[in-house]
Design a protein around this ligand. Sequence first.
Ligand code: 13P
Ligand code: SF4
Length: 325
Amino acid sequence: MRNTATMEAIQETLTQTMPEHELDEALQLIAEIRNLKKEKNLVILGHNYMTPDVFHGVSDFIGDSLGLARQAANTDAAIILFNGVHFMAETAKICNPDKKVLIADPEAGCSLAESITADDVRMLKARYPGVPVVTYVNCSAAVKAETDICCTSANALQVVESLADEAVIFLPDEYLARNIQQKTSKRIISWEQGKCMVHEQYTAEDLLHARRQFQDLLIISHPECNTDVTGASDFAGSTSQMADFIAKNKQENIMLVTECSMADNLRLQFPRRHFVSTCHTCPHMKKITLKKVRDAIINEQYAVEVPEHIQKPALRAVERMLAIG
Ligand code: 13P
Ligand code: SF4
């Protein structure tokens, strides 16, 4: 989704969520970053888990992994700065090998991406010859290069169902694989080591307690949670699908079973709703700050590189996913 907020609108939004002494500094940085973006013909893609100052203040496009991958594939800006984690910036680079793609902190990783290597995928392919490999985009470019097609949490079921085969290797998220297994008759072969360090912390009990405490509570979880958690929820979907679901439903009390900043950002988008906070933060996403964003643009750092022998097969897997509506 495009973010066209003016400086006045950003100030009004952030005033609702930031203390005054932090707000002044944030607004100065935001104004500086907005000028630098124009000077350098640079586009900023901002994931839904960015803190409100980064999310609302400097993003040209906001959204989930799928939406931002689509924006990355279509942009004509000279430079892309990805405010998210490394695998997301790498996906943008895979789609734009001739463009400069930057990330404000190269240490912004992901526990899922770190759970698997290209060698692990080769080992699985040898163990299950002929079985197609679907990889969740939360993995390295080298892992994507070994796979037939990528997916995100927004389209995982569609991607799996698009394949003619009766069995599918689905990597690396074990819980997303289990959630998909509940919705498909295909046999899903998963990777036990792959867990999101944020979503694995939620339990079905957390949800039951909240239901007892708040009347008429709408519970929305991410499918990186285990199946007992998604099963106890009213809806499970990608971060952008969560926002769409809230827009379509009228309940006042909403509990988001996902990363902390998601509720902070949605509180500003839906001021009449009451969000029950569940605060598990992603330490990787939280590495991206306004100061680092400003420095990344000034110094054109940190450039994400993907060698050609990995970029080309990885692009095939990403493009195959993007071709699915
Ligand atoms: P989305 O694709 O839903 O934005 O999720 C990305 C992610 O990292 C969730 O933890
Ligand atoms: Fe990775 Fe989980 Fe952080 Fe998303 S929230 S980037 S899946 S560790």
